[in-house]
Write a protein that binds this ligand. Structure first.
Ligand SMILES: Cc1cc2nc3c(=O)[nH]c(=O)nc-3n(C[C@H](O)[C@H](O)[C@H](O)COP(=O)(O)O)c2cc1C
Ligand code: SF4
Length: 396
């Protein structure tokens, strides 16, 4: 049997194969944050498609942590009945689902959350939303740690098989971890240990909340690619080692931030026309000039996060590593596992295009996924339309 289809446990949960659906924002929740039928159908298809573990799109744990209007909420008990329907559907199809818990930090807008976005520090306006965040008070920091705990309790009540803490892509936890975003002058910054403290407290809070053996996973950036030094591969190794010491049940390694370096996170083509579509008439020419400059600079390289993952693997001990980022060829997937570079193959865009790809690989009908990394699905996020494969263009 191919190594791709050997079972492996995370926590107490046995996964039938080594394929993971990496968290992918869906743009399908109701404006209240509740689950819609369209969202349930998306996860039903994924579960039918045979993937070992589904990680949901990021869910906001607190009203100030919402990133988009059609993002799923995990901030209130009112969300639980819809989420329960979603997990029931996945389980009926034999699948397993972990919720991704997130707080957007400064990567959101006042228009959406009704107040100035929060961050560890208020320094600097970002180049996309021009937001200068509000520096969080000690009380607000404690409130957000508790919010991750409360969201975990809701995930458990809604029947999730585990949770993943989103500490990557420039969102709040990543901001605390990064020397670029976090220049506080208290016990939440100043040293790597202090910058790690927010994530550490969140991990401990969630571990306290989950039933024994239920997996707590973390997604971590190995490189922020910010204008000045943020998380670097070297620093991410230190963080990974500390996470393993906390006995998390799996680490997924990614890179990039949504505002400063989204093309590092999702390498491939730069869909300039689609990315500027949502801008006003006067912003469009500026947007076209700025985004156009990125074209041709982010060509997809198979497994583009492998180099950093290879640095991290030795410090993880028996904590499983999930590799994500540009994995497309079945032979490459096998090579990653056979060489013990990672324990799980995690993919996002390929599942948007082909939710059934794992079954096809199992039947020997696929050597390479057909996603061409045109990134039109990524551009759909900023256009506030549901996420599907838009390789042939956006709907008219
Ligand atoms: C449309 C879209 C939505 C995404 N949403 C999330 C998300 O909610 N949480 C997250 O951690 N990563 C998110 N990502 C990043 C992916 O999980 C993944 O790290 C990245 O796309 C690289 O993997 P891939 O080459 O297999 O697509 C998203 C990516 C895309 C294209
Ligand atoms: S739009 Fe389709 S082909 Fe293009 S990156 Fe997204 S899933 Fe892949």
């Amino acid at each position: 049997m191919s190594i791709l289809f050997t079972p492996k446990k995370i926590g107490n949960v046995e996964l039938p194969n080594r394929f993971v659906h990496s968290a992918t924002y869906e743009g399908m929740a109701k404006e209240t944050g509740e689950v819609s039928n369209e969202l349930i159908k998306r996860y039903e298809r994924l579960a039918k498609g045979g993937v070992g573990l589904i990680i949901s799109g990021y869910m906001y744990v607190h009203p100030t942590g919402r990133a988009f209007p059609h993002q799923t909420g995990l901030h209130s008990d009112d969300m639980i009945p819809g989420l329960k329907k979603l997990t029931d559907t996945v389980h009926q199809e034999g699948g397993k689902i972990t919720f991704q818990l997130a707080h957007a930090g400064r990567q959101t807008t006042k228009a959406l959350i009704g107040q100035t976005p929060l961050g560890p520090t208020s320094r600097g306006r970002d180049p996309v939303n021009f937001v200068r965040p509000k520096e969080m008070t000690e009380n607000e920091i404690m409130e957000m740690i508790k919010a991750f705990g409360a969201a975990t309790r809701r995930a458990v009540e809604a029947g999730a098989d585990g949770i993943q803490i989103h500490a990557a892509h420039g969102y709040l936890i990543n901001e605390f971890l990064s020397p670029f975003f976090n220049s506080r002058i208290d016990t939440w910054s100043g040293t790597d240990t202090n910058r790690f403290r927010f994530l550490k407290e969140i991990v401990l809070e969630t571990q306290k909340t989950v039933p024994e053996g239920m997996p707590v996973l973390v997604k971590l950036s190995t490189n922020d690619y910010t204008p000045k030094e943020g998380i670097t591969p070297g620093l991410s190794v230190k963080y990974a080692e500390w996470l393993a010491e906390l006995r998390i049940n799996g680490l997924e390694t990614s890179c990039g931030t949504a505002i400063y370096s989204y093309m590092n996170m999702c390498r491939g083509d730069v869909p300039t026309a689609e990315l500027v579509k949502s801008l006003s008439w006067w912003e469009k020419p500026i947007g076209r000039r700025m985004i156009g400059k990125l074209e041709g600079k982010y060509d997809l390289e198979e497994g583009y996060n492998l180099k950093a993952a290879k640095m991290i693997k030795p410090v993880l001990g028996d904590t499983p590593l999930f590799l994500v980022g540009g994995i497309r060829a079945v032979a490459y997937m096998k090579e990653v596992l056979e060489n013990n570079y990672a324990d799980f193959i995690s993919m996002s865009r390929p599942f948007i295009r082909e939710p059934f790809l794992v079954n096809k690989i199992k039947e020997g009908k696929m050597e390479k996924v057909s996603c061409v990394s045109c990134n039109r699905c990524l551009a759909a996020v900023v256009n506030d339309i549901p996420i599907y494969c838009y390789n042939k263009g956006f709907p008219k």
